[in-house]
Design a protein around this ligand. Structure first.
Ligand code: SAM
Length: 336
């Protein structure tokens, strides 16, 4: 076990550098080193690994990562105020830590992870991990973006099936792992599960953070699957799930209806028939395999009728709304 030399505590670092948490950036720091250690432990064995930590802030999790036998640690932090305190850790890290000031939402992690850590997709997972305690408003859009990258094996996932250990608002964590028929089952459940094996490692009470968020936090681990459960383009899977889970508790035929123009109701039934998924199921009851069958059925339909893919229920609706508004304005003008 590698130990960092004696350093000021995180609390002292925060005081010395005046690092108050910014509410606007939803910054909630984890200062309890038992909890940071527990997060790092749930990522797995980091010996000889290359880790990318997103949003290190004042460096609580960062310290726990450096206290393992990690080979290389790259931290990506958006807020420049944290860079001097992170530099103290980098100086103590025996050359293992590199700091990048940047926005993880526009950052290609493959640029900083050396090729020597890469493995072929079909091989075992590479010794590459992503770890982060990000603000809630960043972690959900980010995971969707990364799932897209996993499906295309780009960004960090051009280096193999790198796993991720990330924090989420507890309810979002429950949604990510929700099985069919769970009250939390939603679009996010299917999108995460068709590409990754997901597990909720443990929960952290909100009061453990400084300042405490109003909700508890869940630590979720994602390991990309060798073969995705749905072999269709990410955009298509996303589209089907978006429509399906618009009405999670109504029969699927209702949700699927919004995929097709009003005069092509026949295609709803074609899709149900091709998929073999009965018409008496509700989206929250569907297994990932049944969603796969629906995606495949939709792909068959658009192969024969490509125009269907560009049909947007919402734009139709807003066009209808616009027409109604124009009619109302004209009626008002006539009365004046
Ligand atoms: N990891 C630290 C901890 O556990 O105490 C800080 C956690 S705080 C919830 C989130 C951190 O992510 C902050 O340091 C914030 O500046 C950083 N952050 C927020 N958005 C980011 C982004 N788009 N890219 C990189 N870092 C970001």
């Amino acid at each position: 076990m590698i130990r960092l030399p004696p350093l000021p505590t995180i609390q002292e670092i925060i005081r010395i550098y005046g690092l108050s948490a910014r509410k606007k950036l939803s910054q909630n720091f984890l200062l309890d080193l038992n909890l940071t250690r527990k997060i790092i432990k749930s990522a797995g064995n980091l010996k000889n690994c290359c880790v990318v930590e997103v949003g290190p802030g004042p460096g609580g999790l960062t310290r726990s990562i450096l206290n393992t036998e990690v080979d290389k640690l790259i931290v990506v932090e958006k807020d420049a105020r944290f860079i001097p305190s992170l530099e103290i850790l980098a100086a103590a890290s025996q050359g293992r830590m590199k700091i990048i000031q940047g926005d993880i939402l526009n950052f290609d992690m493959a640029d900083v992870v050396p090729l020597e850590y890469a493995r072929q997709w079909q091989e075992n997972t590479p010794e590459i991990h992503v770890i982060g305690n990000l603000p809630f408003n960043v972690s959900t859009p980010l995971i969707i973006r990364w799932l897209d990258s996993i499906s295309k094996q780009c960004n960090l996932w051009s280096r193999g099936r790198a796993s991720m250990t990330l924090t989420f608002q507890k309810e979002v964590a429950e949604r990510i792992i929700a099985p069919p028929r769970s009250e939390y089952r939603c679009r996010l459940s299917v999108m995460c599960q068709y590409l990754c094996n997901v597990s909720l490692k443990f929960s952290i009470p909100g009061k453990a953070f400084v300042p405490p968020p109003k909700v508890d936090v869940g630590v979720v681990k994602f390991v990309p699957r060798r073969e995705p459960l749905i072999r269709q383009p990410f955009g298509l899977v996303e589209r089907i799930n978006r429509h399906l889970f618009h009405h999670p508790n109504k029969f699927c035929v209702k949700s699927l209806g919004t995929l097709f123009p009003p005069d092509r109701e026949d295609l709803i039934w074609t899709m149900i028939e091709l998929s073999g998924v009965g018409d008496k199921l509700r989206p929250f009851e569907l297994t990932n395999e049944q969603v796969q069958q629906l995606c495949n059925a939709y792909a068959t339909i658009i192969e024969q009728e490509p125009d269907i893919l560009t049909y947007e229920f919402r734009s139709q609706k807003s066009a209808k709304e616009r027409r109604q508004k124009i009619t109302r304005v004209l009626a008002l003008e006539q009365r004046l």
